[in-house]
Design a protein around this ligand. Sequence first.
Ligand SMILES: [Ca+2]
Ligand SMILES: [Ca+2]
Length: 463
Amino acid sequence: MGAAMYKCIRLVWLQTVCWAFLTLLGAPSVQAGYLYVLNDVDGGPNQLYGYRLDEADGSLTALPGFPMATGGNGSQNLMSQRLCFDASHARLFVINGGSNTLSAYSVDLADGSLSPLPFSPLALPAGPAQPVKRWAWGAVAVHPAGSPLVLVRDQLDITVKPGQLASFIITATTATAAAGNPFYAGDYVYPYALAFSRDGGHVYAGGNRDTPFFGGYRVDETTGVLTALPGSPFQSDGTWPLSYAVDIQNRLFLYSYHNGSVGQSEVYTFASGVPTAVAGNPFASGLDDGIFGIIHPAGFYMVADRIGSVVGVFQISGTGAGTTLAAVPGSPFASGGWAPTALALNTAGTFLYAANTGDRNITTFAVNPQTGALSIAYNQAQYTLGASGYITGIAYAAPPQPPPPGDLNQDNAINAADVALLARLLADSLIASQIPAPWNGDMDQNGVLDVLDLTLLELFIGL
Ligand SMILES: [Ca+2]
Ligand SMILES: [Ca+2]
């Protein structure tokens, strides 16, 4: 067996072991999570569906009081990110495309009920042209620390600079527009999808048209101001770059069309937020219409294929520029409904939820954490999420995760900065009581901080 292959296998093993540690750490305090789904009603009142999860078997129980109207109208737009959850403050945000507003809620994690925040509904920056649906805001995402909140749109009007972002500083009682709202996305950047880097310092958008360009922006966490990164817009290998997801090693995953026709997945590493394609880019996907991406904690990139009504699962191997993606055996997996548009995972990573816009139902997949294989555990009846409308967002809501072992500086990513901190702890021979409690470098969770932990951490990020 070659050294490279051996290292690769060791890394896969390590990724799974680290995920198992995460699950174990979370186990004593596992609290049932909730699932919210948006039925986007073109020109009518948007409907929010709410469910309590059974974290043991993945089943869904409708919450009392749902579906509930968001207080704003929808617009079809066939979007997939019009709903997002801020785990750090238990807040839920919903775009009402037809009313050009944002509904914002505080989620009671004891019973799943929603209470509007004082600034809800928030008026969003107006567009330059009618009709409304041609310039409606398409996607929303929130900084890992809860602020700012960023929205994107492609106005589908090439007579004006069409791609825009908007940013708001969020508190418990206020939403303040960043100076300069809305921001120009950049030439040939037509936002459909949106994702933050792990530390929230940067945000990425693009994917609504057949250009290879996507934008990257620096996020000022105090003012909310977004500034194009040097070199933005960036060029992907294919067109329509979307389905963004960023993993714990701060790598960007996306889906695009090689030569405008063949679906593929891509990986980028960041240097000060600027993306660089990994050496093996792009990777075969076996998908046709990847529309939404999510990272499973055991090291899988999962993509909903709307036209194919399937979900692709790709094993992430290697690190840094040597990162590769390969479809797991059995991928893609048939969804339990027509046209999945968005995905959500529970905290433990044991269940994947696909929102199918064609049949307006949710498929519950059980996830095999060793292989990444999906099997349907439950499937809602057709039209459970309404007799009409489009499903344009799904969000899992639960208390925030404890920081994983290895993220010593608590910036949500595991990288060289954490290795440097751990090396310093060991070099200084600090005893346990001298180490700041959140500096969790005990990778093998044996209660002892030693050189083995440093080796594990270095292996994990490929040093
Ligand atoms: Ca870190
Ligand atoms: Ca240890």
